[in-house]
Design a protein around this ligand. Sequence first.
Ligand SMILES: *[C@@H]1O[C@H](CO)[C@@H](O)[C@H](O)[C@H]1NC(C)=O
Ligand SMILES: *[C@@H]1O[C@H](CO)[C@@H](O)[C@H](O)[C@H]1NC(C)=O
Length: 339
Amino acid sequence: MLSSTLLVAAIAAPAVLGASVPRTKTTVATNLFTPTNYTVVKDIFIQDSPTFSSSGYDAFSDSLGLIDKTAKRWENLQDHINALNRGSDSLTAYKLIYIARHGQGYHNLAESTYGTPAWNCYWSEQYTDGNITWGPDATLTDLGVTQALAAKAAFTTQAAAGMPLPQVLYSSPMRRAAATLQLSWDDLLISKGMTPIVKEALRESIGLHTCDQRSTKSVIASTFPTFSFEAPFSEHDELWGPDYQESNGQQPLRLQQFLNWLFATDSSSIISITAHSGVINSFFKAIGHNAFSVQTGGVVPVLIKAVGHASATNTAIIGGPSATKPTCAAGVVVPTARG
Ligand SMILES: *[C@@H]1O[C@H](CO)[C@@H](O)[C@H](O)[C@H]1NC(C)=O
Ligand SMILES: *[C@@H]1O[C@H](CO)[C@@H](O)[C@H](O)[C@H]1NC(C)=O
């Protein structure tokens, strides 16, 4: 009798959790508190190493970078994260975050067409060159779609090998990121009932570049009907402007505030974020991760330790002034009739 009771309980457990999403292992909920310090748990992923170079590295054919290459690698990781969270005091939590960059957008194509100097000082402030249109709210190119589908293929292969699936999907409000998230996770999670959540804090560097001016909430909602929005979420873009840009000092502060919110309100231990290169660089700064550039469509898994002890320090984030419009250096070729 005892064993059949346990069997019934084991079968019933997923329904009790309310998720129709398949899960291979249980995940231990994290403590909820506002952290004062974030660090990376090292020696889990190859990308954690200070000597890691992303040049020529294909995480999708290497278990996303997981160092453990045994058949039970993902199960071992899930057990490890569970043990860390079970053993944590009330002001300590561990979350595994899969942070993804959107696939190639039309703004990336324009930047590679014109070169970064001319892009930054001129083209990024235009909406189109009469052929390619990248603003407002640049969409994915065909290559970008292909890259998102490559991420989906990698997630599908690793999920079959036991990779812990995200319990929550957070998206930048920009269409290129939401579309990448949709393509990456539709079959594995969204079609099974998971609703991605749009977070304003995950948008790309705010200001100047028209590709980073977002669509209205109505347009995002009708383009991505399976997504939900944090509340409140403004109909119009209240943050973007044509004269100033959030700087590389300011953006990590925004990401730190996002993490503070995440650890204070979401007890999920496995989390997916789909965003942008600037957001990923800032996220790396906020958690003290090795800095490297992530290609369009790339994914980096990170195990984060957060603590809320008053004695913990947080010194890496400086804030500082916004960036202003750059002028084109001598020799940078742009159209003569500049507006
Ligand atoms: C227009 O843009 C496409 C890429 O979307 C490019 O292949 C093509 O060469 C461009 N045409 C012109 C006339 O610049
Ligand atoms: C978190 O604390 C560690 C030392 O415990 C320190 O090296 C790191 O700089 C701190 N992180 C931040 C963002 O200040």
